[in-house]
Design a protein around this ligand. Structure first.
Ligand SMILES: O=C1C[C@@](O)(C(=O)O)C[C@@H](O)[C@@H]1O
Length: 250
């Protein structure tokens, strides 16, 4: 999948940096940091749940500002609800209206849609994204637990059948076995479904999935430039260095 100059699913997993600034000033600091370090990441994720205290106009003024400043980079628009570990407190209807506006009016490349949001909302957003040519990233997060392998595979399969271009699962592990299950699910899903997959195990125990997930088929890995967006996220510069280890002998 080629977006701008980035081919997702080829070579190293692509490094996504999450922008989580809560104000115009914090976002500006992130933009400056990103411009100084543009060799350390491939894709920008706008975590718009950070703009929850703003009105609609201010929310999208900041989104458009990031898109304009980071114009060379593929952009993911994400509104992460607090049920899935984000800071978003909007109702389902407001979630739909924000994500739908981003798809219809902003120059985004990928939209993150929470797969376990109401089915009709998810279906409508998927249809709108397809119509607009915006890639659909279907996601599920659990900051407390990791499901069994079979359940993860069923979720990947459902996401695939509903039209996801990128399928992403992120879970908190209780121990090493859970981390292995996530990697196994990534491995099998990548081979079974004709689309891109991501599997993240969070926290310290899960950090291995952020650096070595590509070996098993994960196409992207999330890091940060300024503030961590999730437990276990690694700074983008360090992440790139680790990813290079897997290319050393080539
Ligand atoms: O889904 C993800 C992955 C993530 O939760 C992480 O663990 O790095 C961070 C989020 O910003 C992003 O939307």
């Amino acid at each position: 999948m080629k977006i701008k100059n980035v081919t997702i699913g080829e070579g190293q997993p692509k490094v996504v940096v999450s922008f989580t600034g809560h104000s115009a000033e914090e976002v500006q600091a992130e933009i400056e940091e990103a411009k100084k370090n543009n060799d350390k990441f491939d894709i920008v994720e706008i975590r718009s749940d950070s703009f929850d205290a703003m009105n609609h106009e201010d929310h999208f003024r900041l989104v458009d500002n990031i898109i304009e400043e980071m114009a060379d980079c593929p952009i993911i628009y994400t509104y992460r609800t607090n049920g899935e570990g984000g800071s978003g407190t909007k109702s389902a209807a407001e979630y739909q209206s924000l994500v739908s506006h981003a798809i219809g009016n902003c120059d985004i490349d990928i939209v993150d849609i929470e797969f376990f949001m109401y089915e009709d909302i998810v279906n409508q957003l998927i249809d709108e994204a397809k119509e607009k040519g915006v890639a659909v990233l279907l996601s599920q997060h659990d900051f407390r637990d990791t499901p069994h392998f079979e359940e993860m595979m069923a979720t990947y399969e459902n996401m695939y059948e509903r039209g996801g271009d990128i399928l992403k699962l992120a879970y908190q592990p209780a121990g090493g076995r859970d981390v292995l299950s996530v990697l196994s699910a990534v491995h099998d899903a990548r081979r079974k479904f004709n689309c891109q997959v991501v599997g993240i195990s969070m926290g310290e125990t899960g950090k291995i999935t952020r650096v070595a997930g590509g070996v098993f088929g994960s196409c992207m890995t999330y890091g940060h430039l300024v503030n961590q967006a999730a437990p276990g996220q690694i700074g983008a510069g360090i992440l790139k260095e680790y990813l290079n280890i897997f290319e050393e002998d080539r």
